[in-house]
Design a protein around this ligand. Structure first.
Ligand code: UDP
Length: 241
């Protein structure tokens, strides 16, 4: 018997970098398959799931702009890169036995559905995993904000940030020895201490809609299910500390 879920519907945000596995660039199919297994595990618990995937493994608008591409254009390129990741994740999820739909904020009728809120909700009610592609569909935003936006629109009970560390620290634990890890934080703690979890607009949006943010390690196999079951190792960000 799978463990009882604490949440009815969750959004999982995975950065593009998490999909690189041990590589320097692009997609590591082994890693994508592993994440898909984790998603299938949570799906088997009866929780409805939607995903937002970044594109740092392929293209970031800021780096494009630094190379002389107009910022808005570079951001559109970044959004298109999220569609590539979403399709890779869709393929892996279907291999793991899930039914999925990719919904893109930038309509791309040949490869996926356009984003329509009510349709996304319906897909999840039918047990499909919904993968949101192209972030918010607007330049000057990030997929973190896209994740907070979709989690709000989908009325998710929690926004899970699958990171490469097991929670929020006051400094990068991979670089700073003795960095302090937090179990609980308020949205205001994150904003006022400028803790690098996600950008401020994403935190503010989650706060306005009272959606708890759970930060955990996607690198740890099975941890997604542990966190959804209310166990495992994570930092929770909510209104109270
Ligand atoms: N992006 C954007 N609007 C959005 C979401 C993403 O313009 O709503 C672009 C932006 O250029 C960003 C890139 O897509 O750098 C990839 O997303 P992000 O950096 O959030 O990916 P992650 O860091 O999660 O891998």
């Amino acid at each position: 018997m799978p463990p009882a879920p604490r949440y009815r519907r969750v959004l999982l945000k995975i950065s593009g970098e998490a999909l690189m596995g041990g590589r320097d660039y692009g997609i590591d199919p082994e890693m994508v398959n592993r994440v898909a297994e984790d998603v299938a595990q949570v799906h088997a618990m009866g929780t409805e799931i939607c995903l937002v995937i970044g594109a740092g493994n392929i293209f970031r608008g800021i780096s494009g702009a630094a190379q002389g591409i107009e910022r808005a254009t570079a951001d559109y390129m970044g959004m298109l890169a999220t569609v590539i990741n979403a399709l890779a994740m869709q393929s892996a999820c279907e291999k793991a036995g899930l039914h999925t739909r990719v919904l893109s904020a930038i309509p791309m009728a040949t490869v996926c559905e356009p984003y329509i809120r009510r349709r996304a909700v319906r897909h999840m009610e039918k047990g499909r995993v919904v993968i949101f592609a192209a972030g918010t569909g607007n330049p000057f935003f990030t997929t973190d904000t896209g994740a907070a936006l979709r989690a709000s629109e989908m009325d998710c009970d929690a926004l899970l940030m699958g990171k490469q560390v097991d929670g929020v620290y006051d400094a990068d634990p991979k670089k700073v020895d003795g960095a302090r890890r937090y179990d609980r934080l308020s949205y205001m703690d994150v904003l006022s201490n400028d803790l690098r979890v996600m950008d401020h607009s994403a935190i503010s949006l989650a706060r306005e809609n009272n959606i708890p943010i759970l930060v955990f390690s996607i690198d740890a196999p099975g941890e997604f299910a542990e966190v959804v079951a209310g166990r495992g190792r994570y930092t929770i960000i909510s209104e109270e500390r």
